[in-house]
Design a protein around this ligand. Structure first.
Ligand code: SAH
Ligand code: SF4
Ligand code: F3S
Length: 469
Protein backbone atom coordinates (compact mmCIF):
# COMPACT_ATOMS: atom_id res chain seq x y z
CA UNK A 1 0.00 0.00 0.00
CA UNK A 2 1.51 3.35 -1.02
CA UNK A 3 1.12 6.90 0.34
CA UNK A 4 -1.96 7.47 -1.82
CA UNK A 5 -3.91 4.55 -0.53
CA UNK A 6 -3.00 5.57 3.03
CA UNK A 7 -4.51 8.97 2.24
CA UNK A 8 -7.66 7.46 0.74
CA UNK A 9 -8.03 5.20 3.77
CA UNK A 10 -7.82 8.18 6.13
CA UNK A 11 -10.34 10.19 4.10
CA UNK A 12 -12.67 7.20 4.29
CA UNK A 13 -12.32 7.15 8.10
CA UNK A 14 -12.92 10.88 8.25
CA UNK A 15 -16.21 10.53 6.37
CA UNK A 16 -17.28 7.79 8.79
CA UNK A 17 -16.53 10.04 11.79
CA UNK A 18 -18.87 12.65 10.29
CA UNK A 19 -21.60 10.07 9.88
CA UNK A 20 -21.08 8.77 13.39
CA UNK A 21 -21.85 12.17 14.91
CA UNK A 22 -25.61 11.72 14.39
CA UNK A 23 -25.61 7.99 14.98
CA UNK A 24 -23.86 8.22 18.36
CA UNK A 25 -25.96 11.23 19.39
CA UNK A 26 -29.17 9.29 18.79
CA UNK A 27 -27.74 6.20 20.44
CA UNK A 28 -26.93 8.19 23.59
CA UNK A 29 -30.63 9.18 23.84
CA UNK A 30 -30.47 12.50 21.96
CA UNK A 31 -27.59 13.93 23.91
CA UNK A 32 -23.88 14.30 23.45
CA UNK A 33 -22.32 10.84 23.74
CA UNK A 34 -19.74 10.37 26.47
CA UNK A 35 -16.61 8.22 26.16
CA UNK A 36 -14.22 6.81 28.75
CA UNK A 37 -10.74 5.65 27.72
CA UNK A 38 -8.44 3.83 30.13
CA UNK A 39 -4.82 3.14 29.27
CA UNK A 40 -2.61 0.37 30.62
CA UNK A 41 1.07 -0.10 29.86
CA UNK A 42 3.76 2.08 28.39
CA UNK A 43 3.87 5.54 26.81
CA UNK A 44 3.40 3.99 23.39
CA UNK A 45 -0.05 2.97 24.55
CA UNK A 46 -0.63 6.40 26.09
CA UNK A 47 0.18 7.94 22.70
CA UNK A 48 -2.21 5.53 20.94
CA UNK A 49 -4.96 6.41 23.42
CA UNK A 50 -4.45 10.08 22.60
CA UNK A 51 -5.33 9.19 18.99
CA UNK A 52 -8.35 7.15 20.04
CA UNK A 53 -9.55 10.06 22.20
CA UNK A 54 -8.97 12.47 19.31
CA UNK A 55 -11.11 10.33 17.02
CA UNK A 56 -13.84 9.98 19.67
CA UNK A 57 -13.98 13.76 19.92
CA UNK A 58 -14.26 13.98 16.12
CA UNK A 59 -17.26 11.67 16.37
CA UNK A 60 -18.86 14.19 18.69
CA UNK A 61 -18.08 12.50 22.01
CA UNK A 62 -17.20 14.26 25.25
CA UNK A 63 -14.47 12.55 27.25
CA UNK A 64 -15.08 11.57 30.86
CA UNK A 65 -13.06 10.26 33.80
CA UNK A 66 -16.12 8.53 35.21
CA UNK A 67 -17.02 5.27 33.52
CA UNK A 68 -20.49 5.26 35.11
CA UNK A 69 -21.64 8.05 32.83
CA UNK A 70 -20.05 6.65 29.65
CA UNK A 71 -21.82 5.46 26.50
CA UNK A 72 -18.56 4.08 25.12
CA UNK A 73 -15.79 2.51 27.23
CA UNK A 74 -12.43 1.67 25.68
CA UNK A 75 -9.63 -0.17 27.53
CA UNK A 76 -6.26 0.06 25.79
CA UNK A 77 -4.41 -2.93 27.19
CA UNK A 78 -0.82 -4.05 27.88
CA UNK A 79 0.55 -7.58 27.55
CA UNK A 80 4.07 -7.14 28.84
CA UNK A 81 3.65 -9.09 32.09
CA UNK A 82 1.03 -11.38 33.55
CA UNK A 83 0.20 -8.87 36.26
CA UNK A 84 -0.73 -6.26 33.62
CA UNK A 85 -3.07 -8.73 31.95
CA UNK A 86 -4.67 -9.80 35.21
CA UNK A 87 -5.50 -6.19 36.04
CA UNK A 88 -7.26 -5.80 32.69
CA UNK A 89 -9.30 -8.98 33.15
CA UNK A 90 -10.29 -7.87 36.66
CA UNK A 91 -11.39 -4.47 35.43
CA UNK A 92 -13.27 -5.84 32.41
CA UNK A 93 -15.09 -8.20 34.79
CA UNK A 94 -16.31 -5.21 36.76
CA UNK A 95 -17.93 -3.71 33.64
CA UNK A 96 -20.54 -6.44 33.54
CA UNK A 97 -22.75 -4.59 36.01
CA UNK A 98 -22.52 -1.33 34.05
CA UNK A 99 -23.53 -3.09 30.85
CA UNK A 100 -26.50 -4.62 32.68
CA UNK A 101 -27.65 -1.18 33.84
CA UNK A 102 -27.11 0.39 30.42
CA UNK A 103 -27.56 -2.18 27.62
CA UNK A 104 -26.59 0.34 24.95
CA UNK A 105 -23.12 0.73 26.49
CA UNK A 106 -20.41 -0.16 23.95
CA UNK A 107 -17.37 -1.78 25.55
CA UNK A 108 -14.26 -1.98 23.38
CA UNK A 109 -10.89 -3.58 24.16
CA UNK A 110 -7.78 -2.77 22.19
CA UNK A 111 -4.01 -2.65 22.49
CA UNK A 112 -1.27 -5.22 22.88
CA UNK A 113 -3.22 -7.94 24.71
CA UNK A 114 -5.68 -8.14 21.86
CA UNK A 115 -2.96 -9.12 19.39
CA UNK A 116 -2.60 -12.45 21.18
CA UNK A 117 -4.77 -15.23 19.82
CA UNK A 118 -5.40 -16.93 23.18
CA UNK A 119 -6.48 -13.66 24.79
CA UNK A 120 -8.89 -12.78 21.99
CA UNK A 121 -10.39 -16.27 22.35
CA UNK A 122 -10.71 -15.92 26.10
CA UNK A 123 -12.53 -12.61 25.71
CA UNK A 124 -14.83 -14.05 23.11
CA UNK A 125 -15.70 -16.89 25.44
CA UNK A 126 -15.74 -15.33 28.89
CA UNK A 127 -16.79 -11.71 28.32
CA UNK A 128 -19.86 -11.73 26.04
CA UNK A 129 -20.68 -8.12 26.90
CA UNK A 130 -17.52 -6.84 25.18
CA UNK A 131 -18.75 -5.55 21.82
CA UNK A 132 -15.53 -4.64 20.08
CA UNK A 133 -12.00 -6.08 20.12
CA UNK A 134 -9.22 -4.62 17.98
CA UNK A 135 -5.45 -4.84 17.80
CA UNK A 136 -2.60 -2.36 17.65
CA UNK A 137 -2.38 -2.34 13.83
CA UNK A 138 -5.86 -1.00 13.07
CA UNK A 139 -6.09 2.08 15.28
CA UNK A 140 -6.49 4.24 12.18
CA UNK A 141 -9.63 2.23 11.38
CA UNK A 142 -11.19 2.97 14.77
CA UNK A 143 -14.08 5.04 13.29
CA UNK A 144 -15.07 2.22 10.95
CA UNK A 145 -14.82 -0.31 13.77
CA UNK A 146 -17.09 1.77 15.98
CA UNK A 147 -19.49 2.23 13.07
CA UNK A 148 -19.68 -1.51 12.41
CA UNK A 149 -20.02 -2.30 16.10
CA UNK A 150 -22.94 0.09 16.66
CA UNK A 151 -24.76 -0.55 13.38
CA UNK A 152 -24.00 -4.26 12.89
CA UNK A 153 -25.48 -5.40 16.15
CA UNK A 154 -22.93 -8.19 16.58
CA UNK A 155 -19.54 -8.49 18.22
CA UNK A 156 -16.65 -7.33 16.16
CA UNK A 157 -13.11 -8.65 16.35
CA UNK A 158 -10.42 -7.07 14.17
CA UNK A 159 -6.85 -8.08 14.89
CA UNK A 160 -3.70 -9.84 13.69
CA UNK A 161 -3.15 -7.68 10.62
CA UNK A 162 0.04 -5.66 10.18
CA UNK A 163 0.24 -3.70 6.91
CA UNK A 164 3.57 -2.13 7.94
CA UNK A 165 2.27 1.39 7.24
CA UNK A 166 2.57 4.55 9.29
CA UNK A 167 -0.69 6.50 9.41
CA UNK A 168 -0.07 10.22 9.86
CA UNK A 169 -2.43 13.06 10.76
CA UNK A 170 -4.96 11.16 12.82
CA UNK A 171 -6.94 13.40 15.16
CA UNK A 172 -5.21 13.73 18.52
CA UNK A 173 -6.36 14.64 21.99
CA UNK A 174 -3.23 15.26 24.06
CA UNK A 175 -3.63 14.50 27.76
CA UNK A 176 -1.13 17.14 28.86
CA UNK A 177 -0.84 20.80 27.93
CA UNK A 178 2.89 21.26 28.51
CA UNK A 179 4.28 17.70 28.59
CA UNK A 180 3.71 15.63 25.48
CA UNK A 181 4.57 12.37 23.77
CA UNK A 182 5.88 12.22 20.24
CA UNK A 183 6.12 8.74 18.71
CA UNK A 184 8.96 8.55 16.19
CA UNK A 185 8.71 4.87 15.39
CA UNK A 186 6.51 1.87 15.99
CA UNK A 187 7.10 -1.82 16.55
CA UNK A 188 10.24 -3.71 17.50
CA UNK A 189 12.53 -6.11 15.64
CA UNK A 190 14.73 -7.16 18.52
CA UNK A 191 12.93 -10.24 19.78
CA UNK A 192 14.42 -10.40 23.24
CA UNK A 193 13.47 -13.94 24.21
CA UNK A 194 11.28 -12.95 27.19
CA UNK A 195 9.38 -10.16 25.47
CA UNK A 196 5.94 -10.11 23.86
CA UNK A 197 6.23 -6.62 22.36
CA UNK A 198 7.58 -7.61 18.89
CA UNK A 199 4.79 -10.17 18.65
CA UNK A 200 2.01 -7.70 19.40
CA UNK A 201 3.42 -4.49 17.93
CA UNK A 202 4.77 -5.83 14.65
CA UNK A 203 7.89 -4.85 12.72
CA UNK A 204 9.87 -1.68 13.28
CA UNK A 205 8.84 1.29 11.14
CA UNK A 206 9.95 4.89 11.47
CA UNK A 207 7.95 8.02 10.82
CA UNK A 208 9.39 10.32 8.19
CA UNK A 209 11.75 12.98 9.50
CA UNK A 210 9.49 15.76 8.20
CA UNK A 211 6.45 14.40 10.00
CA UNK A 212 8.33 14.20 13.29
CA UNK A 213 9.88 17.65 12.97
CA UNK A 214 6.64 19.35 11.97
CA UNK A 215 4.77 17.72 14.86
CA UNK A 216 7.55 18.79 17.25
CA UNK A 217 7.34 22.35 15.87
CA UNK A 218 3.62 22.51 16.36
CA UNK A 219 3.99 21.20 19.92
CA UNK A 220 6.56 23.88 20.72
CA UNK A 221 4.37 26.62 19.30
CA UNK A 222 1.40 25.27 21.27
CA UNK A 223 3.45 25.74 24.45
CA UNK A 224 4.78 22.25 25.11
CA UNK A 225 7.84 22.46 27.37
CA UNK A 226 8.78 18.81 27.76
CA UNK A 227 8.61 16.58 24.69
CA UNK A 228 9.43 12.88 24.88
CA UNK A 229 10.36 11.11 21.65
CA UNK A 230 8.97 7.59 21.81
CA UNK A 231 9.91 4.22 20.39
CA UNK A 232 10.71 0.73 21.69
CA UNK A 233 14.24 1.22 20.47
CA UNK A 234 14.77 4.81 19.35
CA UNK A 235 18.40 4.05 18.44
CA UNK A 236 17.31 2.19 15.36
CA UNK A 237 15.27 5.16 14.13
CA UNK A 238 15.54 5.72 10.38
CA UNK A 239 16.37 2.17 9.32
CA UNK A 240 14.50 1.48 6.10
CA UNK A 241 13.64 5.14 5.44
CA UNK A 242 16.41 6.06 2.98
CA UNK A 243 16.53 9.56 4.42
CA UNK A 244 20.06 9.27 5.79
CA UNK A 245 18.93 10.45 9.23
CA UNK A 246 19.78 8.44 12.32
CA UNK A 247 18.38 8.98 15.81
CA UNK A 248 21.15 11.35 16.92
CA UNK A 249 20.49 13.52 13.82
CA UNK A 250 16.77 13.56 14.49
CA UNK A 251 17.30 14.51 18.12
CA UNK A 252 19.61 17.32 17.08
CA UNK A 253 17.03 18.61 14.58
CA UNK A 254 14.27 18.62 17.19
CA UNK A 255 16.55 20.49 19.58
CA UNK A 256 17.29 23.02 16.83
CA UNK A 257 13.64 24.15 16.76
CA UNK A 258 13.34 27.70 18.13
CA UNK A 259 11.76 27.96 21.56
CA UNK A 260 12.28 27.27 25.24
CA UNK A 261 11.61 23.55 25.73
CA UNK A 262 13.22 20.27 26.72
CA UNK A 263 13.35 17.11 24.67
CA UNK A 264 13.90 13.63 26.08
CA UNK A 265 13.44 10.14 24.67
CA UNK A 266 12.80 6.53 25.51
CA UNK A 267 13.77 3.75 25.11
CA UNK A 268 17.40 3.34 24.05
CA UNK A 269 18.64 -0.17 23.44
CA UNK A 270 22.25 -0.51 24.67
CA UNK A 271 23.28 -2.65 21.69
CA UNK A 272 23.14 0.37 19.42
CA UNK A 273 23.45 3.35 21.74
CA UNK A 274 26.21 5.27 19.94
CA UNK A 275 28.87 7.66 21.14
CA UNK A 276 27.40 10.06 18.58
CA UNK A 277 24.11 9.97 20.51
CA UNK A 278 25.88 10.69 23.80
CA UNK A 279 27.88 13.53 22.21
CA UNK A 280 24.64 15.01 20.83
CA UNK A 281 23.05 15.01 24.30
CA UNK A 282 26.20 16.48 25.84
CA UNK A 283 26.40 19.30 23.30
CA UNK A 284 22.84 20.46 23.60
CA UNK A 285 21.12 22.31 26.44
CA UNK A 286 17.62 21.43 25.32
CA UNK A 287 18.26 17.69 25.29
CA UNK A 288 17.65 16.43 28.81
CA UNK A 289 20.53 14.94 30.75
CA UNK A 290 18.58 11.76 31.16
CA UNK A 291 19.26 8.42 29.57
CA UNK A 292 16.94 5.45 30.06
CA UNK A 293 19.20 2.57 29.08
CA UNK A 294 17.76 -0.79 30.15
CA UNK A 295 20.46 -3.35 30.98
CA UNK A 296 18.02 -6.09 32.14
CA UNK A 297 20.72 -8.28 33.70
CA UNK A 298 24.39 -8.13 34.73
CA UNK A 299 25.37 -11.65 33.67
CA UNK A 300 26.74 -12.28 30.19
CA UNK A 301 25.36 -15.80 30.08
CA UNK A 302 21.85 -14.58 30.89
CA UNK A 303 22.12 -11.62 28.49
CA UNK A 304 22.95 -14.08 25.74
CA UNK A 305 19.91 -16.20 26.54
CA UNK A 306 17.82 -13.05 26.59
CA UNK A 307 19.09 -12.27 23.06
CA UNK A 308 20.04 -8.75 24.13
CA UNK A 309 23.12 -8.71 21.88
CA UNK A 310 25.45 -6.78 24.18
CA UNK A 311 27.69 -7.81 27.02
CA UNK A 312 27.99 -6.43 30.52
CA UNK A 313 31.34 -4.89 29.44
CA UNK A 314 29.78 -3.16 26.40
CA UNK A 315 26.98 -1.82 28.61
CA UNK A 316 29.41 -0.44 31.17
CA UNK A 317 31.51 1.12 28.42
CA UNK A 318 28.60 3.15 27.01
CA UNK A 319 27.21 3.99 30.47
CA UNK A 320 30.62 5.19 31.67
CA UNK A 321 31.17 7.18 28.48
CA UNK A 322 27.79 8.87 28.98
CA UNK A 323 28.58 9.67 32.62
CA UNK A 324 31.95 11.13 31.68
CA UNK A 325 30.52 13.35 28.91
CA UNK A 326 27.30 14.57 30.55
CA UNK A 327 27.53 16.28 33.93
CA UNK A 328 24.58 15.52 36.22
CA UNK A 329 23.45 12.71 33.93
CA UNK A 330 20.59 10.68 35.26
CA UNK A 331 20.86 7.07 34.15
CA UNK A 332 17.76 4.95 34.61
CA UNK A 333 17.18 1.37 33.63
CA UNK A 334 14.90 -1.66 33.51
CA UNK A 335 15.92 -4.88 35.25
CA UNK A 336 14.48 -8.36 35.08
CA UNK A 337 15.01 -10.58 38.12
CA UNK A 338 14.74 -14.37 37.80
CA UNK A 339 15.03 -14.96 34.06
CA UNK A 340 14.68 -18.75 33.44
CA UNK A 341 17.83 -20.51 34.58
CA UNK A 342 19.36 -17.45 36.27
CA UNK A 343 21.34 -18.46 39.34
CA UNK A 344 21.84 -16.48 42.54
CA UNK A 345 25.47 -15.89 41.54
CA UNK A 346 24.32 -14.44 38.22
CA UNK A 347 21.78 -12.27 40.01
CA UNK A 348 24.67 -10.98 42.16
CA UNK A 349 26.32 -9.78 38.93
CA UNK A 350 23.22 -7.62 38.43
CA UNK A 351 23.72 -6.18 41.94
CA UNK A 352 27.39 -5.49 41.17
CA UNK A 353 26.48 -3.66 37.97
CA UNK A 354 23.93 -1.53 39.86
CA UNK A 355 26.58 -0.65 42.45
CA UNK A 356 29.01 0.32 39.74
CA UNK A 357 26.69 2.45 37.58
CA UNK A 358 24.67 4.04 40.43
CA UNK A 359 21.37 4.52 38.61
CA UNK A 360 19.06 7.35 39.61
CA UNK A 361 16.13 4.98 39.52
CA UNK A 362 15.27 1.50 38.33
CA UNK A 363 12.15 -0.13 36.95
CA UNK A 364 12.36 -3.64 38.32
CA UNK A 365 10.40 -6.68 37.22
CA UNK A 366 10.26 -10.30 38.24
CA UNK A 367 10.37 -12.39 35.06
CA UNK A 368 6.91 -13.23 33.79
CA UNK A 369 6.52 -15.98 31.17
CA UNK A 370 4.73 -14.83 28.00
CA UNK A 371 2.93 -17.30 25.76
CA UNK A 372 4.72 -17.79 22.43
CA UNK A 373 8.11 -16.40 23.50
CA UNK A 374 11.23 -18.63 23.53
CA UNK A 375 11.98 -17.92 27.22
CA UNK A 376 8.60 -19.31 28.25
CA UNK A 377 9.83 -22.75 27.12
CA UNK A 378 13.14 -22.57 29.03
CA UNK A 379 13.51 -24.51 32.31
CA UNK A 380 12.79 -22.16 35.22
CA UNK A 381 13.67 -23.97 38.43
CA UNK A 382 13.86 -21.01 40.87
CA UNK A 383 10.62 -20.45 42.80
CA UNK A 384 8.72 -17.19 42.72
CA UNK A 385 9.32 -16.75 46.48
CA UNK A 386 13.06 -17.02 45.93
CA UNK A 387 12.93 -14.49 43.08
CA UNK A 388 10.91 -12.14 45.27
CA UNK A 389 13.64 -12.41 47.91
CA UNK A 390 16.30 -11.49 45.33
CA UNK A 391 14.14 -8.58 44.27
CA UNK A 392 13.96 -7.38 47.89
CA UNK A 393 17.76 -7.37 48.02
CA UNK A 394 17.96 -5.38 44.80
CA UNK A 395 15.43 -2.79 45.94
CA UNK A 396 17.26 -2.25 49.22
CA UNK A 397 20.49 -1.65 47.37
CA UNK A 398 18.87 0.76 44.90
CA UNK A 399 17.17 2.72 47.70
CA UNK A 400 20.49 3.44 49.33
CA UNK A 401 22.05 4.47 46.02
CA UNK A 402 19.13 6.79 45.20
CA UNK A 403 19.25 8.32 48.68
CA UNK A 404 22.97 8.98 48.36
CA UNK A 405 22.48 10.55 44.97
CA UNK A 406 19.70 12.83 46.20
CA UNK A 407 21.79 13.88 49.20
CA UNK A 408 24.51 14.93 46.76
CA UNK A 409 22.13 17.37 45.08
CA UNK A 410 21.51 19.44 48.23
CA UNK A 411 22.81 22.99 47.93
CA UNK A 412 22.85 22.94 44.12
CA UNK A 413 20.52 24.91 41.88
CA UNK A 414 18.70 23.34 38.94
CA UNK A 415 16.34 24.51 36.26
CA UNK A 416 13.07 22.65 36.81
CA UNK A 417 9.70 22.34 35.10
CA UNK A 418 6.78 22.74 37.50
CA UNK A 419 4.39 19.89 36.76
CA UNK A 420 1.56 19.63 39.27
CA UNK A 421 0.26 20.45 42.69
CA UNK A 422 1.44 17.81 45.19
CA UNK A 423 -0.81 19.18 47.98
CA UNK A 424 -2.00 22.55 49.27
CA UNK A 425 0.77 25.08 48.66
CA UNK A 426 3.27 22.45 47.49
CA UNK A 427 4.24 21.91 43.86
CA UNK A 428 6.03 19.01 42.21
CA UNK A 429 8.73 20.03 39.79
CA UNK A 430 11.04 17.88 37.67
CA UNK A 431 14.68 18.46 36.93
CA UNK A 432 16.06 17.92 33.47
CA UNK A 433 17.56 14.68 34.72
CA UNK A 434 14.12 13.47 35.73
CA UNK A 435 14.21 13.91 39.49
CA UNK A 436 11.16 15.24 41.35
CA UNK A 437 11.58 18.24 43.67
CA UNK A 438 8.91 19.58 46.02
CA UNK A 439 8.66 23.37 46.04
CA UNK A 440 6.49 25.95 47.79
CA UNK A 441 4.65 28.10 45.31
CA UNK A 442 1.36 29.10 43.71
CA UNK A 443 -0.51 26.87 41.29
CA UNK A 444 -0.17 29.48 38.54
CA UNK A 445 3.42 28.33 38.05
CA UNK A 446 2.36 24.89 36.82
CA UNK A 447 3.67 24.40 33.29
CA UNK A 448 6.53 26.87 33.58
CA UNK A 449 10.24 26.61 34.11
CA UNK A 450 11.99 28.08 37.12
CA UNK A 451 15.27 27.72 39.00
CA UNK A 452 15.24 25.89 42.30
CA UNK A 453 17.84 25.38 44.96
CA UNK A 454 17.69 21.97 46.60
CA UNK A 455 17.43 22.51 50.36
CA UNK A 456 16.74 19.05 51.72
CA UNK A 457 16.87 15.39 50.73
CA UNK A 458 14.81 12.88 52.65
CA UNK A 459 15.68 9.47 51.30
CA UNK A 460 14.90 10.03 47.66
CA UNK A 461 12.44 12.92 48.04
CA UNK A 462 13.94 16.31 47.38
CA UNK A 463 12.70 19.63 48.68
CA UNK A 464 13.80 22.96 47.34
CA UNK A 465 13.01 26.65 47.05
CA UNK A 466 12.39 28.72 43.97
CA UNK A 467 15.28 31.10 43.45
CA UNK A 468 14.42 32.59 40.09
CA UNK A 469 11.72 32.35 37.42
N1 SAH B 1 11.85 -1.62 24.39
C1 SAH B 1 12.23 -1.44 25.72
C2 SAH B 1 11.39 -2.15 26.75
C3 SAH B 1 9.93 -2.29 26.60
S1 SAH B 1 9.14 -3.35 27.75
C4 SAH B 1 13.66 -1.95 25.85
O1 SAH B 1 14.07 -2.86 25.19
O2 SAH B 1 14.35 -1.46 26.69
C5 SAH B 1 9.61 -2.58 29.29
C6 SAH B 1 10.34 -3.49 30.21
O3 SAH B 1 9.53 -4.54 30.65
C7 SAH B 1 11.55 -4.20 29.62
O4 SAH B 1 12.67 -3.38 29.56
C8 SAH B 1 11.75 -5.34 30.57
O5 SAH B 1 12.56 -4.97 31.66
C9 SAH B 1 10.35 -5.60 31.09
N2 SAH B 1 9.81 -6.84 30.53
C10 SAH B 1 9.52 -7.13 29.26
N3 SAH B 1 9.06 -8.39 29.15
C11 SAH B 1 9.08 -8.92 30.40
C12 SAH B 1 8.74 -10.20 30.95
N4 SAH B 1 8.29 -11.18 30.19
N5 SAH B 1 8.87 -10.34 32.29
C13 SAH B 1 9.32 -9.37 33.07
N6 SAH B 1 9.67 -8.15 32.60
C14 SAH B 1 9.55 -7.92 31.29
FE1 SF4 C 1 10.97 -6.10 24.07
FE2 SF4 C 1 13.54 -6.26 23.56
FE3 SF4 C 1 11.94 -5.03 21.83
FE4 SF4 C 1 12.45 -3.93 24.17
S1 SF4 C 1 13.94 -4.30 22.55
S2 SF4 C 1 10.46 -4.11 23.21
S3 SF4 C 1 12.60 -5.66 25.55
S4 SF4 C 1 11.94 -7.18 22.34
FE1 F3S D 1 2.67 -3.06 27.20
FE2 F3S D 1 2.35 -2.93 24.62
FE3 F3S D 1 3.74 -1.10 25.85
S1 F3S D 1 2.77 -4.75 25.78
S2 F3S D 1 4.62 -2.16 27.58
S3 F3S D 1 1.62 -1.46 26.14
S4 F3S D 1 4.10 -1.86 23.80
Amino acid sequence: MGDNSVKTELEHQKAIMEELKDILYLRAGNKQPVAFVRTYGCQQNVADSEKIKGMLEEMGCALTEDKNEADIIIFNTCAVREHAEDRVFGNVGQLKELKKKKPSLLIGLCGCMMEQEHIAKKIQKSFPYVGLVFGTHVIHKFPELIYNAVTGGKRLIERGYDDGQVYENLPLHRDGSFKGWLPIMYGCDNFCTYCIVPHVRGRERSRRRNSVISEARSMVSAGYKDITLLGQNVNSYGKGLDEGVDFADLLQQVADIDGDFWVRFMTSHPKDASKKLIDTIAANDKICNHLHLPFQCGSNRVLKHMNRRYTREKYLEIANYAKSMIPDLSLTSDVIVGFPGETYEEFCETLELIKEVKFTSLFTFIYSPRVGTPAAKMPDPVSHEEKARWMGELLKLQESIAAERCAGMVGKTYRVLIEEQAREGVLNARTQNNIIVELQGPQELIGSFCYAEITEARNWILRGKITDL
